[in-house]
Ligand binder design. Structure first.
Ligand SMILES: [Zn+2]
Length: 215
């Protein structure tokens, strides 16, 4: 069977015309969602980069140090790390360099972790554990990194207190050696106003004058 050429041509034209009509009155629906998703992925990128700039750049941590300092894990007990260190010097926060303990505070408790019966003033913050154990967690006051726990009434020293601190949370600086600069968060403005746990990116003396409550 054969169609004449004009017939075929007009049939093609009719079909094409119908397609054009339906396209004009029913535009493809996927054009809009595509545009929206491009927008939202842009927004994600923006909020991510903003978040990162709010964080001070703390010292780089090994996976084990991250587990302990950021996720409250505990070093294995033993005589490794700083547990048996008796040298003169200072113990600073591994994450932010804040001085935490003097070697004169250290004593040998045989508990398997470095032990101190005192702390450098204003360096360590105490928090009641929320796990119902009644234990008191100790954290670095500057960067809130986990240090360990504090126990009282054990009668191990005359001060009757034991800061049980993970070696992973501290760096020991021997007497006479340079102590690295503390990587500070804006704790001043934080104390005065908002109680957030987001440290911000200023380092040491770059703190601007306190503005909170200055309405
Ligand atoms: Zn710290």
């Amino acid at each position: 069977m054969k169609f004449s050429l004009p017939l075929v041509t007009s049939a093609v034209l009719i079909v094409a015309g119908m397609a054009a009509y339906s396209f004009a009155f029913d535009p493809p629906k996927d054009s809009e969602p595509a545009a929206t998703s491009t927008k939202s992925s842009k927004a994600n990128t923006l909020s991510k980069s903003k978040k990162m700039s709010d964080e001070p750049i703390y010292n780089k941590l090994t996976p084990q140090e991250q587990r302990v300092i950021l996720h409250k894990d505990t070093d294995r007990p033993g005589n490794g790390g700083l547990t048996k260190n008796k040298a003169d010097g200072i113990y600073i926060c591994k994450r932010c360099n804040a001085p935490l303990y003097n070697s004169t505070h250290k004593f040998m408790s045989d508990c398997g972790w470095p032990s101190f019966d005192d702390e450098i003033e204003n360096a360590v913050e105490r928090k009641l554990e929320t796990d119902g154990s009644g234990r008191i967690e100790i954290i670095c006051k500057n960067c809130s990194g986990h240090l360990g726990h504090v126990f009282e009434g054990e009668r191990l020293t005359t001060k009757n207190i034991r800061h049980c601190v993970n070696s992973s949370s501290m760096t020991f600086i021997a007497k006479g050696k340079d102590v690295p600069k503390v990587i500070k968060r804006e704790s001043d403005s934080e104390k005065a106003g908002e109680v957030g746990d987001k440290p911000s990116a200023s380092t040491s003396k770059a703190n601007s004058p306190i503005k909170a409550n200055d309405k």
